[in-house]
Design a protein around this ligand. Structure first.
Ligand code: 4UV
Length: 563
């Protein structure tokens, strides 16, 4: 048995204390915070269309949208229904999101660049009863619904007048969310079962492949989301109050369908009372123009975008002179690149770290000016330990010794209760209330965590998840492919970023070129998942139990020996 002292040393607690999140629905919590800010102040501004949503317009718009969802022609939306939002960033995104929650429903979100095939998987898996999209993606959604065999109702978000089509699908079975009546939120709109327990009531279903396998629905409760916003906001308030300006302007470039954009950017901005300048996608000119024109001072980005700001010749200092703080997350940023970027951009660059399964924030760097290479300190009410595989121990793990690297396991009110309909994957990921992150970390004496490696299967392309198992499964459907293993290959030009690299075994007497392989995949998945390089091999290295030895494949890439 371990002594109490060793146990105390093995578990790291947040140096920033604890929080007591209110037992409220996510919508009630957010609406109450939004109400505290100047009703005439823009809460979201679409940088391209100029469309604005003020703090005062939010609640009435949500109430109106909820009314529309509730009376959706063919199928009313209500408790137990799931709304899938399939949209680029726009001012109506949070409106649709909270309209669904206010009716007691659940929101899943998908990448608007998905092919119909990828979207069909999520539609069936999350059991979406309603889907909201924007006009340009309506046909993709329609095809995906047909492919999935679902009877989901499709609606169009009122992002701007040209694509706000009431009844785009010709009448019955459609609805749209557009600017409407100003009905106050509350009472009959927020549906809660009595007594309401935020920690057991499902709110969001973003998708993540976790440590292995295909993308899975991550069940996030109202309690998870409220807690993580409180944890993030309280940490900043306690450790970096200088970062809580009254007139902050944040950048909403990273996608709202991904947990970083959904919670840490969109909702953090809303509760803090800052203006969020949204962009539907990355395009260098509009990105730089949005920063300059709206005087963005806090930008949440991913490492490739930080490198763009630091190194691209099109970026002139006067274009980005408003920037005071850049938050980097979703992928590693090494100490050297972080420091160099901060100097070149002329503002502080600090990191945050977390994952979809933890709503997402686990750590934030609280050192003014940024501690190079550090993912930061645990947010309040969060515990962590570093685990090392140990076959001699009954659990198969031991705690890392001080200074030793280990897999980061975390516990807190932001940790998901599990994956949707996947008790097996849930049991592998949640151990004694701790979530296994699949990341290797070290921690220093001040409680600063450093992410030094990723041991899970996940590939990260510009901060977005690519599941190797999905690409392997796809490759195996090719008639000439006998076996395949996909790993992330470090992108030499962009430190921390990766590109999918496929190792392919061909069936006897078949011929296939690397281009055939990349084209086959390219026609079936969104662009960021495309295979960038192919190596033909006689066999895929596997463990005795048949698991692909990805480490061996990654090492071959490192050595430049791909045979
Ligand atoms: O599930 P996911 O796609 O989630 C994210 C979350 C990004 C966040 C979270 C909290 C923040 O404060 C913030 O700024 C950004 O991307 O992918 C989770 C995996 O991404 C890697 C790591 O492998 C996670 O398990 N990752 C996320 N942040 C970092 C990171 C980081 N700062 N350094 C290294 N890897």
């Amino acid at each position: 048995r371990r002594t109490p002292l060793l146990r105390a040393l093995a578990t790291h607690t947040s140096p920033h204390g604890t929080i007591t999140p209110p037992n409220q629905s996510f919508t009630e919590y957010v609406a109450a915070k939004v109400q505290q800010h100047d009703p005439n102040k823009p809460m979201l501004v679409d940088a391209l269309s100029g469309q604005t949503l003020t703090f005062g317009q939010f609640a009435p718009r949500v109430a109106r949208a909820a009314e529309r969802l509730k009376t959706a022609a063919s199928k009313p939306f209500g408790a137990g229904s799931t709304l899938l939002i399939h949209s680029p960033n726009c001012v109506d995104f949070p409106v649709a999101f909270h309209a669904a929650l206010a009716l007691g429903g659940v929101v899943s979100t998908s990448n608007p660049l998905y092919t119909p095939r990828e979207l069909a998987h999520q539609i069936s898996d999350c059991g979406a009863s309603h889907i909201l999209t924007v006009g340009v993606f309506h046909d993709t959604v329609k095809e995906a619904v047909e492919l999935s065999g679902s009877d989901a109702t499709i609606g169009v978000l009122g992002t701007d007048s040209s694509i706000c089509q009431d009844g785009a699908d010709g009448g019955a079975g459609t609805f749209s969310l557009a600017d409407g009546d100003r009905t106050a939120i509350g009472g009959g709109v927020v549906s809660t079962s009595e007594p309401f327990d935020a920690s057991s009531c499902l709110a969001a279903l973003p998708y993540s492949s976790g440590t292995t396998g295909l993308p899975k629905g991550v069940m996030l409760t109202h309690g998870n989301l409220v807690a993580n916003l409180e944890q993030t906001y309280e940490l900043v308030k306690r450790a970096r109050p200088d970062l809580l300006g009254d007139n902050d302007v944040l950048l909403g470039l990273l996608p709202m369908f991904h947990i970083y954009g959904m919670v840490t950017i969109l909702h953090y901005s809303m509760i803090h009372g800052s203006t969020l300048v949204t962009l539907p996608n990355f395009e260098p000119e509009t990105f730089l123009k949005a920063i300059a024109q709206h005087r963005v001072n806090v930008a949440h980005l991913v490492p490739p975008l930080i490198l763009f700001l630091a190194k691209h010749p099109a970026v002139k200092p006067e274009m980005i002179s408003s920037l005071e703080c850049i938050m980097s997350g979703a992928a590693p940023l090494d100490a050297h690149t972080q420091q160099e970027a901060a100097t070149r951009i002329g503002c502080e660059v600090v990191q945050g770290y977390g994952m979809t399964e933890t709503s997402p924030v686990l750590t934030i760097d609280c050192v003014k000016g940024g501690k190079p290479g550090a993912a930061g300190q645990l947010v309040p009410s969060t515990e962590a330990c570093l685990k090392v595989a140990d076959p001699a121990s009954p659990s198969g793990f031991r705690d890392a010794a001080p200074g030793e690297e280990g897999e980061l396991w975390c516990k807190g009110p932001q940790v998901m209760p599990g994956y949707l309909n996947r008790p097996d994957a849930t049991a592998e990921t949640l151990v004694d209330g701790f979530v296994r992150t699949g990341d290797i970390a070290t921690v220093d004496n001040e409680g600063n965590f450093f992410i030094v490696d990723r041991v899970k299967e996940l590939i990260k392309v510009k901060g977005l998840q690519v599941a190797p198992a999905e690409l392997e499964g796809l490759l195996l459907t090719h008639p000439a492919v006998a076996d395949a293993g996909v790993v992330g290959e470090p992108d030499q030009r962009t430190p921390g970023d990766e590109r999918p690299h496929a190792f392919v075994v061909l069936k006897p007497e078949t011929q296939l070129s690397a281009v055939d392989v990349t084209n086959f995949v390219a026609g079936r998945v969104a662009a960021y998942k495309h295979i960038q390089n192919v190596t033909f091999v006689p066999e895929i290295p596997k463990s005795a139990s048949g698991k692909i030895l990805r480490r061996v494949l990654r090492d071959r890439l490192k050595e430049g020996s791909t045979q």
